[in-house]
Design a protein around this ligand. Sequence first.
Ligand code: KOT
Length: 837
Amino acid sequence: TGKEHWPRGEEEVWQAGLRGVDQDVPSITKSIVNHVQTSLARQAYNLDDLGAYQAAALSVRDNLLVNWNETQLNYTRKNPKRAYYLSLEFLMGRTLDNALLNLGLKEQYRDGIKKLGFSVEDILDKERDAALGNGGLGRLAACYLDSGSSTELPLWGYGLRYKYGIFQQLISPEGNQLEAPDPWLDNQNPWELPRLDVTYEVRFYGHAERLSDSRGVWQGGQEVLAVAYDVMIPGYGTKNTNNLRLWESKPKRGFDLNSFNAGNYEAAVASSNSADAITSVLYPNDHTSFGKELRLKQQYFWTAASLADIIRRFKQQGKPLKELPDFVAIQLNDTHPTLAIPELMRILLDEEDLNWEQAWSIVTNVFFYTNHTVLPEALEKWPVPLIEHVLPRHLQIIYDINLFFLQAVERKFPGDRDRLARMSLIEEGQPKQVRMAHLAAIGSRKVNGVAELHSDLVRTTILKDFVEFEGSSKYSNVTNGITPRRWLDQCNPELSDLITKTLKLDKVVWLKDLTKLDGLLEFTEDAAFRKEWAAIKQRNKERLANYVQTTLGLTVRTDAMFDVQIKRLHEYKRQTLNILGVIHRYLTLKGQSPEERKKANPRVVFFAGKAAPAYYIAKLTIRLIVNVARVINADPDTKDYLQLYFLPDYSVSLAEVLIPASDISQHISTAGTEASGTSNMKFCLNGGLLLGTVDGANIEIAEEVGESNVFFFGHLTPAVEDLRYQHLYHPVPLEEKCPTLHRVLEQVSAGLFDDADIYEPLLNTIRQNDYYLLTDDFDSYIAALAMVDEAYADKEEWTKKSIRTTAKMGKFSSDRAILDYAESFWNIEPIPVTAKK
Ligand code: KOT
């Protein structure tokens, strides 16, 4: 009829109400005051910054809701193919500032908030980060949502609404990391919309029976309810506002009345508690697979609810399921959502009565899998007995997939038993385990890595056999990206303004086509421009120093080079290399006369990052950094030349202060271990230079900005395997192999910074097999640091490098990345919300 999406009643009456929200300053202040009075029920006279934040947020949210509704209605009407991004982590950070900038309302709200007696900066600072992620993988998902809306793609995210996000990090006086919970929902969250009517039942445990070769039935066990919470994702410079749907678990029926009446209160609440537990907390492990039952339940709960929702939406169109791949693409963010593959098979076989070929053909055209790491300990494997217990029907389906798959491999490579064992979905052992990366690969239409080198490694190492079997065209690359809205315009407003002024473009233009930045190149020779550029960096350094002063009470000197390494603590990322380099610098300074020292380039070194709570070596690294900082910062001989800070509780918001302030940042993973890295892109976009290894996206950054503008060191990926072999079979004593490093380790062992012996377990990882090759790379690392010093001594030349770096970062916009997914994988197109009639 074409009328099914029209309102009941009189259209003009509806239209009068659907005017949207007025955006002039008087309307904004009126709306804020109104929210103070009604939504918050607070008095104007004693409103504090938090209350003002909440009222402003609710007022901004009204704008988002209008756009969100229009976008969703537009999708419903036009019915395009949609893409869904399934991620267990969305590291969103704060929302208010981002929403204001994306809506183009920052200045109006600044004025309005000022008229109400508050400062916009103070109230922005009251917002807690939404920290539903560990690091790069979760932040990437957040950048992709921003870009999906900004490029007007019909892209939804699906995740979990954890009650507790990533733990809060505290540092004890001894330098140990302590963890505290992150109850981010304690204040009500204005950015989410509870959809208490959108619910699905998700089953666990019970028993499965086969009804025929491919069909089965799964009954009994526990049923848990998934409840939807929607988070609005505004696009930049467009009305398009996509949705991030987060699931909360809750018991299907409050508690069990029978047990309750029988006086067994504990049994009555136990099943209710176990339902609530599913979405209670984000697992704080990065790059490890733990095999914990609750984590498996999280993964299934989320994939089952998301698929049920996607299929319900598809079915509303009245189309047959064989057309699902024409309307739905689902991107799997790492292997965490891989259970979606057997779950969709289960739905199609057991509930929709399709045969195996029909079902498998739909599945393998709907899913797309992104791999984010080749580290063996991070590749997910689930014990077969655990899957059998929690998801008995899915185990049957996984076995069936495996059987058909291995039969096909056998036909192509007859008699190659080793190959079958390597490729099987099931790893033999005690217990047997399901290899999720294999399942994700064979169940998907495309598989990609996240930077050129990483995608090559995926093709030639962990999925080599699969490329040989299926052909290489399925295995491709999409280099990661970052949103320039948050990671330049929002975190570095002065630089953003200077760029806008210099390019003589509306900022919407270059922020949506970041390659426009290369128009800055011609200004590198303009001394006045360089002066402004350098002055902004200096003010950002002062802003960071001010943050450290107010939060930690420490005075940072801002006339020094700022050298920053901020990321999860992990041996492969080699924070240890950095801190040992700092100690080397300290010992060198101590050995010099006061006259010699005066020639030194003063440096302030910043670290920040969390360690997984059970990662002992990573925690010991934090302790070493904290104690070296304590000694160095108190040493009158050196404190003018070297300062060191470990900033606790690293977060998206802290990154937004640190990144614009950096002169040089370190991305120094052992070659071949960091899939991409994304903070490297953020630093460079903000005119910080890069000190790094030839790894991940560092390589592509160097290709763009030119090798003369980055500082590379260390062995290359092809050498790594040989070096590890040497360590095992032809070890050379450290004092011979690398005397400089030997001397540093001796000082740590002797107790120069802390109790002697405390760091032996950490130092022994280096002295013994040195898996991450610190002993091989230390000398070239020190040489690279010296080159950085030398380059920094020529301030004008350094500023030119800084400008050139920013100018050449266009490739790394997440808009480019998401459009690449949309075109080469998903086959979806922008669906702009057209202006209302
Ligand atoms: C793996 C298992 C559990 C939790 C997280 C991971 C993980 C995270 N694997 N890779 N990552 C990072 O993903 C980023 C985004 O693609 C990359 O930039 C980074 O190099 C990966 O380490």
